[in-house]
Design a protein around this ligand. Structure first.
Ligand code: DAK
Length: 260
């Protein structure tokens, strides 16, 4: 799959920032199989591209994504949905090694919320509506919602959201630590880009090690996590970026990180 063949997403580059925009406006960016295949392909290309240091994932002002494509799912059976194993594709988003910032406006529902939570930092516009409404169509979250949402907002809020299907607005999402900043609608992408530019100045090797260590929190004990962190910390002392970063500090100048 190449950029020229994408039908459901747009890809763009702004300096060291790779931008993927979900683009199925007629169905509020419903996450069809084809869209997810394209999204994973685009993210993996950016992940391998040395010129890209940070990725932004966004949608439109009206919708980040209103969920998996219900039309595609409605006739599935237990066996057919298991055999398709779409989860394997979704799981690849969480395996991207570079930082991903989600710039979210409008609806981020169901799979849209789950996709957003697979990203590393979330910036929201004031219009964001974030939730897991699957209960309203007779199912439950299937791409990580019960686990990732609960770990961020806590058991009781997650239960309220998942059992009622009611979304939270941007301010609530900020209050619960799901999004790091809420800005007026016209600014959410600029805000994400400004954050991405700040992060893109850091050592790409250190960013990768830091992301990996933070994510480790979610599937390990504190002692194993601390050990993992320590090993990544030690490993960075074999990078040129560590030498450059510390030398630049001592020489009172800005570092230039090569990613080696
Ligand atoms: N799928 C397909 N089409 C959708 C859609 C969706 N999720 N959401 C909206 N659309 C379509 C609508 O059908 C409508 O199409 P037309 O009628 O114009 O042809 C168009 O987008 C505009 O939507 P509305 O007319 O409904 O617009 P409103 O402003 O009135 O309402 C809304 C916006 C977001 C409140 C409403 O559209 C809505 O409730 N949408 C569904 C939200 C939802 O239930 N989302 C959760 C879906 S379940 C898994 C991976 C992922 C998942 C599960 C497993 N594995 C890897 C195992 C995820 C599951 C889900 O996300």
């Amino acid at each position: 799959m190449t950029e020229a063949t994408y039908k459901n997403i747009l890809v763009d580059q702004d300096g060291a920032i790779g931008i993927v925009t979900l683009n199925r406006p007629k169905v509020l960016n419903a996450l069809s199989h084809e869209l997810m295949d394209e999204l994973v392909a685009a993210l993996e290309i950016f992940d391998r591209d040395d010129k890209i240091r940070v990725i932004i994932l966004t949608g439109s002002e009206r919708a980040f994504a209103a969920g998996a494509d219900i039309g595609e799912m409605s006739d599935e059976t237990t066996i057919s949905i298991m055999q398709k194993d779409r989860f394997a594709t979704w799981a690849k988003v969480a395996k991207i090694k570079k930082p991903i910032i989600a710039a979210v406006s409008g609806y981020a529902l169901g799979g849209g919320c789950e996709l957003m939570m697979s990203c590393d930092i979330i910036i929201a516009s004031e219009s964001a509506q974030i939730g897991q409404p699957e209960i309203n169509i007779g199912v439950i979250p299937g791409a990580g919602g019960t686990q990732r949402l609960t770990r961020v907002v806590g058991k009781h809020k997650a239960m309220e959201m998942i059992l009622t299907g009611r979304p939270m607005n941007a301010q609530e999402a900020f209050h619960y630590g799901l999004v790091v900043k809420v800005v007026p609608v016209e600014l959410y992408l600029d805000e994400a880009k400004s954050l991405a530019r700040e992060i893109a100045k850091k050592s790409p090797v250190a960013l990768k090690m830091a992301k990996e260590a933070v994510l480790k929190t979610f599937d390990t004990s504190i002692s194993e996590g601390l050990e993992f962190e320590r090993k990544n910390f030690y490993m960075l002392f074999s990078s040129e970026d560590q030498k450059e970063g510390m030398k630049a500090f001592l020489e009172k100048r800005q570092p230039t990180f090569s990613g080696r």
